[in-house]
Write a protein that binds this ligand. Sequence first.
Ligand SMILES: Cc1ncc(COP(=O)(O)O)c(C=O)c1O
Length: 480
Amino acid sequence: MINTDRAPLIKGLLSYHEEGNALFHMPGHKQDPHGILHSLLGNVLKLDVTEIPGTDNLHYPEEILKESMDLLTGAMRSAESRYLVNGSTGGILAMVMGCFRPGDRVLVQRDCHQSVYNAISLSGIEPVFISPGSNEEFGIPTAIEAGTVVRAIASNIGLKGLILTSPSYFGVSPDLQAISEVCSRNGLKLLVDEAHGSHFYFGDDLPMTAMDCGAAVSVLSFHKTLPALTQGSVINLGKDASEEDMDRIRHYLRVFQTSSPSYVLMASLESARMIMETEGRERLKGLKSMIEGFSESIRDIPELRLLSNEDLKGLQKDYTRLVLNTPLGGNFLSDLLRRDYGIQAEMAMGNNIVFLGSCFDDEGMYHRLSAAILDLDMKGLFKESLSGRISTGVSKLPSPVISIPEREALFEGWEEVTFEMAEGRICAERITPYPPGVPVLMTGELVSRDAVEHLMRLEESGANILKSRSGGRGTIAVII
Ligand SMILES: Cc1ncc(COP(=O)(O)O)c(C=O)c1O
C-alpha cells in the first residue's frame, strides 16, 4: 500500500470509497458496482493521449472523434451533438453566446443554474426573467408553464429567445412540447438546460426530451445521471437550429473549452452512450421497479411524502429522482443517514432530501435506504420532530433589477454592510445558496427589500450561502 500521508486529496477520496456508502448522488456511474465500466475504461492511462496522428481533434473533428460524435448525434436525435469536457457549464456559455447578440432580449427562467447567469453576464443579453410555478407543500419551484411564456411574449416586445431548465434538480419537467410550439409560433429560439435529464433520451415513461420537442439547442450533463466520468457532458444542436448559430456555437466551444480535452473523459462519454443504447431501456426499467419497491416500503409512514406526478398538475416528474419531504428537515435526515446508516444522498434543502437514482444502481441500495427509514420510524424520530417548514429559499425568488452589468460592477470599489443597510444599494458580489446554485443576487444588482428578506429567511433556515466577497453572516458587499 502506498503511503498517502502527503496526498490528502487521494487519501480523502479513498477513505470515502472505503466507507462503502450507498451512493445516491452523482456521478451516475456510482463507482461502477457491476464492473461494466471497468472493462471498457479500466486502464485509463492507456486511453489518456493527446492529439497525435490517428486520435483526431475535438475542436476540428474529422476522424475517430467525428465518427464517435456522429453515433452520439444518432442517439440524441439531433442535427449535431458534441462532447463537452468542461461540464454543461462550458456548453451553456457557448449556446447562449452563439445564439444571441449583445443587447438581445431573452426570456430566462428565474431559477436557472448559475452557469446561465454566467452566460448572461458574459454575453450582454438583456434577460427578462420569468418564474416557474411552485409546490408549496414541498416548498420547491416546479417548472415554467406554457401560459407564463405566452403572457411574457404578449407583454415584452422584440424577444429573441427563451432559456429554461428541464428537468429541475427535483426532477420536474415542463410541458416542453407546448412551450416549444409557443416559441416557434413567435420566432423565439428555445434553449434548454437538460443537465439533469440525459437519461430521458434512452428510456420509457420519462419526460419528453428537448430534441424530440424541437428545441434549437440543449446541454446535458451525462456525468450526472449516466455512467460517464464527472465533467463529461454533451451539447445538442437541434434540427431547426440555423447553420449560423451552429457555426458560432462551435466557435465558442473552442473559446470556453480547453485545447487539451481529456480523451479518458471523451471515451467515458462514448461508453455511456453505447451502454445506454444497448442496455439503457432495460436498466431503466429495472431502476423503476426498484424505486417503486422502495416507495411502497415507506408508504405507511404518514409523516413522510415522496414527490409524485399527483403533486405537479400537468407537469411531469422524472421517476429516477426521489424527493422525500420530512418533518426532520432534509439536512438533519441527510446527516443521520450518512452517520448511522452509510447512505449518502445527493442533496438536502428545506424539508426535502433528494436521492439520485441511476441505472447503475443495485437493489441492495434501495433495501438499505428502506431499512434505514423504517428503523428511524420505529425509533419514533419522524413523529417526535415536527420542526415546521424550513425555507428552501427557491420556491419564490426575488425579481432581479440589474443596475450595472456585472462585468463593469466588478471593477467598482465595495464595502461590507449589514443586510438592513444594503437595501437600495448596488450589490458588489454574487450571493448563491448552494445547493441549488441559483444566485439570489448578482454583482451589479439593486438590493431590493424582497432580496434582503429572502436572504434573512435563508440564513435563519441554516442554508449554505456562498458569497464571493463578504465574509460574515448577515452582511452583503455593496458598491461604494
Ligand atoms: C440545472 C443545472 N444546469 C447546469 C449545471 C452545470 O453542469 P456541470 O456541472 O455539468 O457543469 C448544473 C450543475 O449542477 C445544474 O444543476
